[in-house]
Design a protein around this ligand. Sequence first.
Ligand code: ATP
Length: 231
Amino acid sequence: MLSVENLQAGYGSAQALFGVTLTVGGGEVVTLLGRNGMGKTTTLRAIMGLLPKIAGQVRFDGTDLTTAPPYRIAQAGIGYVPEGRQIFPTLSVEENLIATAANTRKGRWSLQTVYTMFPRLKERRTNPAALLSGGEQQMLAIGRALMTNPRLLILDEATEGLAPLIRAEIWARLAELKAAGEAILVVDKNIDALTKLADRHVMLEKGSVMWTGTSTDLRNDPSVIERYLHL
Ligand code: ATP
């Protein structure tokens, strides 16, 4: 469904990605792993059209999105939960959810279905988003992405900085989305949760893919984690 080929991108004259190739199939959960600064966020931002690409190709469902602007990429069916959540702090929870929903795909996601998945958002629907806890803000960021009815959900640092109970809730919701057939590309540091949820893993080092494999491959070869994730 998503096919990224030989992606090169960076910041001004500083190149950060040196030919990243990865795929996410329909209904598949894939992780992007690597130590800090290895290019995970840059890969996601380049896929979403938030960074100019130096070279390479991004295709989704057969459509070339390499040079498409972010709103077209969202309309094509990719939902994005950015690092740091990036919610609109002065808007209410409900206004945040509605803000992304106009002119997007039709599907099962609406205020009602998002509130069913995250009842806490319903309880706080009139509150300014800035007053939510970190966990609630992450639920809001996920709900806001779901409101675009994506076929692929991309999450950067899915549970970063959240309390253990809230983390567990986010992982449970992502497992529900997977069970419902949603494809997911996720960055996070929690290897245990990721190996339970994901089908495949892509390991980045210095802007290049160094290893890819299934969760079973990763469990069977601890040296991969040692080599690419430990300091
Ligand atoms: P982290 O887990 O710390 O977010 P990451 O794997 O997501 O790490 P990136 O944020 O993609 O890594 O960073 C890749 C490279 O790009 C690093 O060398 C980083 O210093 C550089 N970089 C990231 N953001 C910028 C920026 N806004 N301007 C210049 N260089 C940047």
